[in-house]
Ligand binder design. Structure first.
Ligand code: CP
Ligand code: NVA
Length: 308
């Protein structure tokens, strides 16, 4: 069994294997109703706990549906309703849950919570988002890019906006899938310097360019995300909006990217803040394929974790 905690801690050949598997599994069930089981039922007799300490639509539904399609069963748990939210330690929770279920997916705040869960669980643990990273999202994004445009290796990905958890996982992916990654955003909202430095040391080409119009030139993929993440204090909203206004993804910005560039957003989006509806619903956008691919990518991740 293996944990799926982050992209930078997973070997490149295994990440590649998961993307290829996800695409094959998606193609194999083309045209089937959503509730139809996969032919091979790789998670038959498996029970999976899905723990949420933060809100979720895509992660919650895609993991739940994915387990069921593979023949397994799920239980969706809210952190606040568990003893975990009332003082029981993460280590004890991990040891107890490992006696009941075959795999744990957790969405939480601090990365330390995820790591402690993984340390004490005797079943695989999957990162469903922390304040620091969101690896399942970027597996879906790579699947989506490659489905539309072929291999992502050597392509130019541009992130405009907040250097947040989703962007950090893009940095990790740049070093594993060998694409060029440009960040454009205001200096106070830069990604964590240590994450960028580690990726660069591993050979990744990560560029920071303050001018969004320059940054996006020649882009194959343009990505953004909310300006205020779930872990950011609500009081930061006005300041962040002022800092980020110039980094909105709109038609003017997209016109500077390659003519066949794709646009992605992990969703949920705040239309007319970080991105205009004209881009969300425009010809470059693949946001709903991206959301669907959470399902297919995570099914491959879960199979990898369980070795099935
Ligand atoms: N993109 C994503 O993780 O969405 P949810 O917060 O709805 O799970
Ligand atoms: N950066 C966002 C992603 C939501 C899927 C957040 O953490 O709130």
């Amino acid at each position: 069994m293996q944990h799926f905690l982050d992209i930078n801690t997973t070997p490149a050949d295994q990440l590649r294997g998961m993307i290829d598997k996800a695409l094959a599994m998606k193609q194999a069930r083309a045209g089937l109703p959503k509730g139809a089981g996969d032919a091979d039922q790789p998670l038959a007799d498996r029970m999976v706990a899905l723990i949420f300490e933060k809100p979720s639509t895509r992660t919650r539904v895609s993991f739940d549906v994915g387990v069921r399609q593979m023949g397994g069963q799920t239980m969706v748990l809210s952190g606040a309703d568990m003893q975990l939210g009332h003082g029981e330690t993460i280590a004890d929770t991990a040891r107890v849950l490992s006696r009941y279920v075959d795999m744990i997916m957790i969405r939480t705040f601090e990365e330390a919570t995820l790591l402690e869960m993984a340390e004490y669980a005797t079943v695989p643990v999957i990162n469903g988002l922390t304040n620091r990273t969101h690896p399942c999202q970027i597996m879906a994004d790579i699947l989506t890019y490659e489905e539309h445009r072929g291999p992502i290796t050597g392509k130019k990905v541009v992130w405009s906006g907040d250097g947040n958890n989703v962007f950090h996982s893009f940095v990790h992916a740049a070093q594993k899938f060998n694409f060029d990654l440009t960040f454009t955003g205001p200096q106070p909202l830069d990604p964590e310097a240590g994450i960028v430095a580690e990726a660069r040391a591993a050979g990744a080409n990560i560029v920071i360019e303050r001018d969004p119009m320059k940054a996006v030139e020649g882009a194959d993929l343009v990505v953004t995300d909310t300006w205020v993440s779930m872990h950011d204090p609500a009081s930061a909203k006005e300041r962040r909006h002022n800092q980020l206004r110039g980094y909105q993804v709109n038609d003017t910005l997209m016109a500077r990217a390659k003519s066949d560039a794709l646009f992605m957003h992990c969703l949920p989006a705040h239309r007319e803040d970080e991105v205009t509806s004209s881009v969300m619903d425009g010809p470059h956008s693949v946001i709903f394929d991206e959301a669907e691919n959470r399902l297919h990518a995570q099914k491959a991740v879960m199979r990898w974790c369980l070795g099935v």
